[in-house]
Design a protein around this ligand. Sequence first.
Ligand code: GLU
Length: 473
Amino acid sequence: MAESFSFFQKVNKDFDRAARFTDYPRGLLEQIKICNSSCHFTFPIKRDDGTIQTIHGWRAEHSHHKLPTKGGIRYSTLVNEDEIMALAALMTYKCALVDVPFGGAKGGIQLDRREYSESELERITRRYTYELIQKNYIGPGVDVPAPDFGTGETEMAWILDTYITMAPDKLNAIACVTGKPIEQNGIHGRKGATGRGVVFGLQEACSFAEDMKPLGLSPGLHGKSIIIQGFGNVGYHAAKFLVEADARVIGVIERNGGIYDPRGFDVEKVAVYLAETGSLRGYPGAELIENPSDGLELACDILIPAALENQLTAENAPGIKAAIVAEAANGPTTLTADEILQKRGTMIIPDTFLNAGGVAVSYFEWLRNLSHVQLGRLGKRFEDQTRHAMRHAIEKATGYKFSEDELGLIHGADEEDLVNSGLQDTMITAYQEIRETRMKYSSENGPVDYRTAAFINAIHRIAQSYIQMGIFP
Ligand code: GLU
């Protein structure tokens, strides 16, 4: 049974639920909620076999309260105007929540990338970029795309190259898109940032014994059993960092079947198998999950939807056994599924917070591009020398000899260290703010869920910036 309203309407319902806890004027709330602008591009593309095909693409800029606007570009058959506006809105709330100074945007092209050759995808991406340039939907201070479902570093490099040829301001043109390859002015740590952010977020959420107790869980990620739906960039990196944090990934679900092993998977081996065979079917030693939807209902501590929207539905929600649903994807839980899970006491860690690591590190990449200096470059050697001088002094004064492991920690921070530390701080701070809001409003009004608390925080931050602009009293 499909929901009777669209994805964007669903996001707006979440917004309305939170807005009731604030007392901003109706007009201001309307202004925050509405999508400021959106554009539908159609253009012809010559396929490798000589036929001509019409391509449909969109870009929506949900909120201009801060510029540039920011958000990924996805390639998927589900792309349409409503989806792109919903995702752009989620970007606005996400950026506000983690205090990244952008408005929200999102773009998409309606296609299944597996049906196109590399050179066709390049032609499509470059032509889409021309459309963005012509309609003023891209630029370092205007609107800055990034990777999303079905796109990655290669597409971002094509976008950059196309933009730079036409750019009026060549100096800052490299900041027109983020998620670029390192050699093309990308930043270390961006590729794994969303997955890493998911794990930092989960680590923080699971660290409170009093929040874990009602879920029947012990604090920390150690030993937790995890099922991940979607093994793309976000799912793979989340799995990798979860295993590093001592959790067990016992299930991985892809569109054409999943695998289950209660002993936990070797994430690298699964990734290689999937890349080589295009499917998880036949993965040695694992139980096959024939129907991907059944995989969501297997017993585990944490279920991580990391694919597309509307995956946890009225049909499968009653069967979901996970104590925590960690939304690594955007909008994976329908409104009805949300209600069913909340009623059962499932902790839902919302997308607006949990997958914000990508845009947080995009912000660092954008800053690095505008400053034209690699993060940490000026201080690294100096820090190195200071720490080694200190180490020698301590060894001399105390006779203590640092071990190899300890020596490994004594080095100046390089770019990836700084990025990861900035990301961790971003996720921890945002989580604590959501948790505080949830406690505050729950004590005044009865139980408030994490999604609503996250929306309340986002609304406050955006409202304040409108008020400071003097637009609203
Ligand atoms: N596509 C990612 C998201 O949905 C990243 C956006 C960005 O880095 O601008 O959050």
